[in-house]
Design a protein. Structure first.
Length: 414
């Protein structure tokens, strides 16, 4: 029975079961939801969401760098000029103008793409969920980097997949190990974040991308390359996507997102893949949400038409490079002697390892007590976790704030 504002609930809705009658048990939740659980990273973000904590934990873009004026102008324009269209239902595949704009950007980076090759999604995370729905049966095997993006592990877990880690080194997945695992495990797909990976910040070199494409073609394997960070390069030369490597054309899915380059609150991403798989993802999306917001898609397309995203990205990259350098400059004084860390050429994260015997998860409590935070590395591993690892994000604080945060970190870990 529904209770409306100003009315009182009926006795049946508030009183216990009458004597002699036993209430039926509440139906059980699906086992997969209990097995997967929540995101430890998002729980850490909730714990550290206080103004006096300097947090290196979040994977968040710098909010002061959002082009709020340009985005607002785009919304104003589409609502003024075509309100009946942008406030109405639309096609599952996505706004034609937005798909054309994304295709043009991919073309400009030497990946020939037509608008019809794309499906607009609710961020690249939805693209991953749609692929899981379209490709995976319960029990299917998925290969991942170790460590890997935590929400991907959640997605594959909810699909009932068996997740197997591929051995990695400082350059990412090791091709010989990957080839052996594909032969022995017969996986349905391989999931990679090839550019400035979350959580490690590392980039897969071209030679290894070509090796991945060759293994996929020879062994029969889908490759999903998730690229939310690729346009955030601030040193070195861009590396072609796996989708551009010979042999990968008919078995590679590329996921992209506007979250890191425009604004995450738009929840806009895209999926590029072969027609047969894309059609299956369209059906899965129809079952999930019918279509991505018509208004948000139209505004994003208008923004890309009226503004120069590349000029905006140049400002973002410069700011992030300065912040990365500030973090790198202070790590030697902040982490215990014997710690190691990498030097990402872009993106939002770097990966550090404390000396043997340290537990980054246990030490986080001391860090938060000193008003600084990071993300322990352990939750990102599909295999045996390395408890000494941690992820540090450099994007959301100024160099001065980063220096203060590193001083606090040194006090906590000293």
């Amino acid at each position: 029975m529904t209770t409306t504002a100003g009315s009182s609930p009926s006795p049946a809705s508030t009183s216990p079961a009458r004597p002699g009658r036993t209430a039926a048990a509440v139906p059980a939740l699906a086992a997969r939801t209990a097995a997967v659980g929540g995101s430890p990273v998002r729980e850490i973000l909730a714990l550290t969401d206080a103004p006096d904590i300097i947090s290196f934990a979040g994977g968040l873009p710098a909010p002061e760098l959002f082009d709020a004026g340009g985005i607002r102008a785009a919304y104003d324009a589409v609502l003024r000029e075509s309100p009946r269209r942008v406030l109405q239902y639309s096609t599952t595949e996505g706004d034609p103008a937005l798909r054309a704009a994304v295709a043009a950007r991919l073309d400009a980076r030497s990946l020939p793409t037509r608008a019809d090759d794309l499906l607009i999604t609710g961020g690249s995370q939805q693209g991953l969920s749609l692929l899981a729905a379209a490709l995976l049966e319960p029990g299917d095997t998925v290969l991942v980097e170790d460590p890997t993006y935590l929400a991907a592990l959640q997605c594959f877990g909810l699909a009932g997949a068996r997740v197997v880690p591929v051995p990695t080194d400082d350059d990412g997945v090791v091709p010989d190990a990957l080839d052996a695992l594909v032969a022995s495990e017969r996986p349905k797909l391989l999931y990679l974040v090839p550019n400035f990976q979350n959580p490690t910040g590392r980039t897969l070199p071209l030679a290894r991308r070509r090796a991945v494409a060759e293994i996929a073609a020879r062994r029969g394997l889908w490759v999903v390359e998730d690229d939310p960070y690729g346009e955030l390069r601030f040193e070195g030369e861009p590396v072609p996507w796996i989708s551009q490597c010979p042999g990968a054309e008919d078995r590679t899915v590329l996921l992209g997102s506007f979250s890191k380059v425009m604004a995450p609150g738009l929840r806009l991403g895209w999926l590029r893949g072969p027609a047969s798989l894309r059609r299956a993802c369209v059906i899965a999306k129809q079952a999930a949400d019918l279509h991505t917001s018509t208004l948000d898609q139209a505004a994003a397309a208008r923004y890309l038409a009226d503004s120069d995203l590349d000029v905006h990205l140049a400002v973002v990259r410069d700011a992030y490079r300065i912040r990365r350098d500030a973090l790198l400059a202070g790590l030697a004084g902040a982490l215990p002697s014997g710690s190691t860390w990498n030097h990402p050429e872009g993106g939002m994260f770097l990966w550090a390892r404390l000396p043997e015997g340290n537990d980054a998860t246990a030490l986080l409590k001391k860090a938060v007590a000193h008003q600084v935070a990071y993300v322990p590395g352990a939750p990102f591993f599909a295999g045996s976790p390395d408890q000494a690892t941690l992820r540090l994000s450099f994007t959301t604080h100024t160099p001065d704030e980063i220096a203060i945060g590193l001083t606090r970190l040194a006090e906590a870990l000293g």
